[in-house]
Design a protein around this ligand. Structure first.
Ligand code: PMP
Ligand code: GLU
Length: 399
């Protein structure tokens, strides 16, 4: 059958593809360690599971909900935003979605006309560029002038912005490099956004996964003017270890949220009902469990960073958020005779049996993403395998 041009141009999600490949090798009986997919490895906290079970038993989970979400969930979300952002939103400015990924998808669909540009700082999460293209938009990749900072500055953004630019995408803490924009940096960026009359899509999905006394600030918190220009995307997947439940949120301008909701009414009706009941419990009663998981990630980060930083030819700045390390591996590749990152990543998988995600999907050709959402023992074993692989390859290369 002849596929649409749109379908032919979609690249599959690089993260999900890498994870699927690792799973397939495991299914063949190969002992692969997968540091690919970005999802917490904890079972969803009990208090959340129980709320879902109750909703099923009471028969509440059997029915459609309003498209934009259960009123009780929107009320819990309103309180959550007040507490975490210090900001007030009305019910008609809130939308519950089937995962944060779908919230991003609908935001681009309702905001972009063909040819509208979206500024996307590099490295970027794999789905932004494809989603922008699916909406007819044009991704404009903004490279940081200081690659070590892993963050863009206003002068980097100024170099790329044009009269066709409509949106700035911001993701802090960032997937894949874990960097967090400070309040001062966001003040300057907010000024830039206002000057160029842009809209911000702020992907705050990792806002609660911040470590070692670092603080999260959303650009929506900078001033009322930028708050009006910002659509915040977030969800329960990462904070409460609920990736499988598929619940995300969007909040911001009422007209945009209404359009996203209308699109959702045609595409998905409503987010899965039982998951919405689970999300109410997450927001209202999940804080203690979320904090325990955050602390576990903090310990893992500190251990994982110490190990990766010592790998010969790997360089990285210590991240403060999310659950990924994104080392530059250019020197290690050169030492081992590689000039193609994807070949290096494939050999790591086939020979060292360690699955990582190539930086290519994140817009970078010399870095790899390692998820530390695995036990510290498993992470250490992966690093040992990487070390042995590099040593063997570099010896071969020298001869
Ligand atoms: N944004 C970023 C940066 C992510 O890493 C992810 C990962 N899943 C998402 C959005 C989507 O989250 P969800 O699972 O809620 O769709
Ligand atoms: N966001 C996670 C990741 O980057 C989950 C997979 C995906 O949706 O991309 O690995």
């Amino acid at each position: 059958m002849e596929l649409s041009t749109r379908a032919k141009n979609i690249a599959p999600s690089a993260t999900l593809k890498a994870a699927a490949k690792a799973r397939a090798l495991k299914a063949e009986g190969i002992d692969v360690i997968s540091l690919t997919v970005g999802e917490p490895d904890f079972v969803t906290p009990k208090v959340i599971q129980e709320a879902a079970q109750t909703a099923i038993v009471k028969g509440q989970a059997s029915f459609y909900t309003p498209t934009s979400g259960l009123p009780a969930l929107k009320s819990a979300l309103k309180n959550h935003i007040k507490k975490n952002y210090g900001l007030d939103y009305q019910a008609n400015q809130l939308l519950v979605t089937p995962g944060a990924k779908f919230a991003l998808y609908t935001a681009f669909q309702v905001l972009l006309n063909p040819g509208n540009e979206v500024l996307i700082p590099v490295p970027y999460w794999v789905s932004y560029s494809e989603q922008v293209k699916l909406a007819g938009g044009v991704p404009l990749f903004v490279h940081p002038s200081d690659p070590h900072s892993g963050k863009v500055t206003v002068s980097d953004l100024e170099k790329m912005v044009s009269p066709q630019t409509k949106i700035l995408l911001l993701n802090s803490p960032s997937n894949p490099n874990g960097m967090i924009y400070t309040a001062d940096e966001l003040v300057a960026i907010a000024d830039f956004v206002s000057q160029h009359d842009l809209i911000v899509v702020a992907d705050d999905i990792y806002s609660n996964l911040v470590y070692n006394h670092e603080v999260f600030t959303s650009i929506a918190m900078i001033n009322p003017e930028i708050q009006k220009r910002t659509i915040v995307i977030t969800g329960v997947s990462k904070t409460y270890s609920m990736t499988g439940w598929r619940i995300g949120f969007a909040f911001g301008d009422q007209e945009v949220i209404q359009a996203m909701s209308d699109l959702q009414s045609q595409a998905a009706s409503n987010p899965t009902t039982v998951s919405q009941y689970a999300a109410i419990a997450a927001l209202n009663d999940g804080e203690k469990a979320a904090e325990e998981m955050r602390q576990a990630f903090e310990e893992r980060l500190n251990k994982a960073y110490d190990l990766v930083e010592k790998i010969p030819g790997f360089t990285l700045v210590k991240p403060h958020g999310a659950f990924y390390l994104f080392p530059n591996v250019a020197e290690a590749m050169a030492n081992c005779g590689y000039d193609d990152l994807d070949v290096f990543v494939e050999d790591l998988l086939q020979e060292a049996h360690v699955a990582v995600v190539s930086g290519t999907g994140f817009g970078v050709h010399n870095a790899i993403r390692l998820s530390y959402a695995v036990s510290p023992e498993v992470f250490q074993e992966a690093v040992e395998r990487i070390l042995a692989f590099l040593q063997q390859k570099s010896l071969k290369c020298k001869h």
